[in-house]
Design a protein around this ligand. Structure first.
Ligand code: BDP
Length: 687
């Protein structure tokens, strides 16, 4: 008896230890507690009419069964007869002929009807309806019409074949390459479900710093298993191509894109890949960037390289995503200008099935950057924006920051909506094999938010934050309001305590974790912090006007006009574009005081985030509550590090007193300079 009781107790403990570990993401499907709503939904979804036999219909059936069993706490049967209260999901001709679009309607007839011209739209319509139930929405008079604004919505994993993840902070890669193709981790299906639920329809599996082995038969067999598994969820696989692959795995003497043998090699390779994966999406390429091989090794252009690969995949309907993340420390020009200088002259020279992939800002995924000047200038070249979901420069998996706010800022600035500029969109994944997928539970909101924005970049950050909170933590009004408010303010807060007023790239060397404004000696000047903040006895900031690096010239006239003068440039970008004197008048005080005050505001606000979360203790299960609490405690400590060390460091240039009321602790600057993180995760192994 005693043993039995101990056993039961043990089981209970085990269960509670694993019960709320975040694995279920936003697809939790817990029973709806509100009786009125529950009855309403049950009366509207008595059974399901879902004809068809495709793989997508099959996975939809399984998703609906699980979801409705959970949410409605009842088995909802499939039927081949539509009656009152049937959920009808069927192919239909809609007013809009856009692939993947769908409508959801309901009214007096007691039926909810999801219609789409294709299975993909039905899948997305289904997830939309499930979201409405999860967020306790009224479903009695629905008139939803949805179509994606961007055709290809891809996740870029930076995962290596040895399972390390470049800039990954959530454990190792979810791709268990060694045990594939036989061992198929059930997690792959949950990954696909999560992506499909937010409209992500493509993934590139591996690091842009590519390994040629990926496209050898041994790995293509493994890739095939993943592609087969993802297909019903309407997700295409892309692969990263190492430009020197013809030499490394093909035995050729060159990888020159104009060489006939090289061209033929890639054609054969593409044909081979399509045998494994008939709907292979195409290649993603990082070339002549940070030491990666590329066409310039042979005095050819990026267009020559991209077009050669485009010709190989073109006959199969594939595309090439060619990255514009290029800069060279041997080029004396401002790093912020280099991608534009190199790619702008190539406008119009790329084949139709090439999309140039451009980061959202001109440097590198900073907490705040102006938009990348290539958007709006490459009028004859399809472009796609690359966003970083993994928080390389934003506190990694330790800090809570809701990134859609950042992404929308650049999307809106660039006014991409009417241009050629958004043929596709890429998000660098923050996913790893941690039980909760993203390391920090709130990292899930960035994966979610990326998908939702990729589908509709007009969606408001608040709507996305509300939805995610409801689906992740529940529908309590107070909770939704508080958590969503905390998320929406988190970006400005992190900018303020890390890189206020347009400062950038002042993180620790290599790992990019924690403050490092003093970093001044590295193998390349354009990796140091002093290159970017340019603090001296006169002031601080990077002059990019015509008196400085002239980077501003790369922007359209109206942006130039706004940003060119210290008086009209919004303070958020002031030190990005200007070297500003310490005594410059701003916000009713001097630049020095305002810089200190802004750091201080960031610190105050992160403490507010901590307090706000603590006030939610009774509304969130203890496991997840504690997880976030502990990380917020750490975030506050690190915000203090940023605040104290940056103020002390910049004071060595301004030589001015720290404004009254600002506490920078009792440690000298040397203490902060001495802090090291030799084993910070996600570091690039080959620097
Ligand atoms: C930088 C990362 C580096 C990546 C590179 C890229 O530090 O690890 O390889 O971007 O985007 O942000 O290629």
């Amino acid at each position: 008896m005693r043993n039995l009781l101990t056993g039961l107790l043990f089981l209970l403990c085990v269960q509670s230890a694993y019960s709320e570990d975040g694995y279920r993401l936003w697809l939790r499907y817990d029973k709806i507690k509100d009786e009125r709503l529950l009855n309403l939904y049950r009366s509207r979804i008595k059974n399901i009419y879902l004809p068809g036999t495709s793989g997508t219909i099959a996975v939809m059936k399984s998703e609906l069964t699980t979801a409705l069993k959970g949410l409605l706490d009842k088995e909802v049967p499939f039927t081949d007869k539509i009656t009152s209260g049937t959920l009808v999901i069927k192919i239909a001709t809609l007013g809009i002929a856009v692939p993947e679009s769908y409508t959801i309607t309901s009214g007096k007839s007691q039926n909810i009807t999801i219609g789409s011209p294709d299975d993909a739209g039905l899948l997305y319509g289904m997830f939309h309806l499930l979201r409405l139930l999860q967020t306790h929405s009224d479903v009695s008079s629905l008139n939803v019409i949805e179509s994606p604004k961007i055709k290809t919505r891809i996740l870029n994993h930076w995962d290596n074949l040895d399972r390390t993840v470049e800039r990954g902070y959530a454990g190792f890669s979810i791709w268990d390459w060694h045990r594939l193709p036989e061992y198929v981790d059930p997690r792959y299906t949950d990954y696909a479900r999560a992506n499909a639920s937010i409209g992500i329809n493509a993934v590139s599996l591996t690091n842009v710093n590519a390994n040629a082995l990926l496209i050898t038969p041994a790995y293509l067999e493994k890739v095939k298993v993943l592609a087969d598994l993802f297909r019903p969820w309407h997700i295409k696989v892309f692969l990263t191509a190492r430009f020197s692959a013809p030499m490394e795995i093909g035995g050729l003497k060159t990888a020159d894109p104009l060489d006939a043998d090289v061209k033929q090699w890639w054609k054969n390779k593409a044909d081979e890949i399509y045998k494994y994966v008939p709907d292979f999406g195409g290649f993603l390429v990082k070339a002549n960037s940070e030491g990666q091989p590329g066409p310039q090794n042979y005095n050819r252009t990026h267009a020559d390289g991209a077009n050669m690969l485009a010709e190989a995949v073109g006959p199969h309907g594939g595309i090439v995503m060619w990255r514009a993340f290029v800069y060279d420390s041997n080029v004396p020009d401002d790093r912020a200008k280099q991608a534009y200088s190199e790619f702008k002259p190539l406008d119009g020279k790329f084949n139709d099935n090439v999309i140039v992939q451009v980061k959202n800002g001109p440097i590198d995924f900073q907490p705040r950057e102006p938009y990348h000047p290539l958007f709006g200038t490459m009028k004859s070249t399809p472009l796609m924006m690359e966003l970083q979901i993994t928080q390389e420069y934003l506190g990694q998996a330790t800090h809570l920051v809701f990134l859609p706010v950042l992404w929308k800022e650049n999307i809106d600035q660039a006014d991409l909506k009417e241009s050629n500029a958004l043929k596709a969109v890429a998000g660098v994944a923050n996913i790893g094999n941690d039980r909760n997928w993203t390391g920090h539970l709130f990292g899930q909101s960035n994966w979610y938010g990326y998908g939702r924005l990729a589908w509709d970049y007009n969606a408001a950050s608040k709507q996305i934050a509300d939805e995610w909170t409801r689906m992740t933590f529940g529908n309590d009004a107070d909770l939704v309001q508080n958590v969503s408010a905390l998320m929406l303010s988190s970006h400005e807060t992190i900018v303020n305590y890390m890189t206020p007023l347009g400062l950038h790239h002042i993180m620790g060397a290599n790992h990019h974790y924690g403050p490092g404004p003093w970093v001044s000696k590295m193998s390349r000047a354009d990796w140091t912090s002093t290159y970017y903040h340019k603090a001296d006895s006169l002031g601080i900031g990077f002059d990019r006007t015509d008196k400085g690096s002239k980077a501003l010239e790369q922007y359209p006239n109206d942006a130039q006009k706004l940003w060119d003068s210290k008086d009209t440039c919004p303070e958020q970008l002031l030190l990005w574009f200007h070297h500003v004197g310490w005594n410059h008048k701003i916000a009713g005080t001097t630049l020095w005081d305002h810089l200190c005050n802004t750091y201080d505001k960031g610190l105050t606000n992160v403490r507010d985030m901590q307090t706000s979360w603590k006030s939610m203790s009774s509304k969130v299960d203890s496991d997840r509550f504690k997880h976030v609490s502990m990380l917020l405690d750490r975030q506050v400590k690190e915000a203090e590090l940023w605040h104290h060390s940056c103020i002390l460091y910049f004071q060595t240039f301004s030589k001015k007193p720290i404004p009254n009321g600002i506490n920078v602790g009792d440690k000298p600057l040397e203490y902060y300079i001495g802090l090291q993180y030799p084993y910070a995760p996600g570091i690039r192994p080959r620097w």
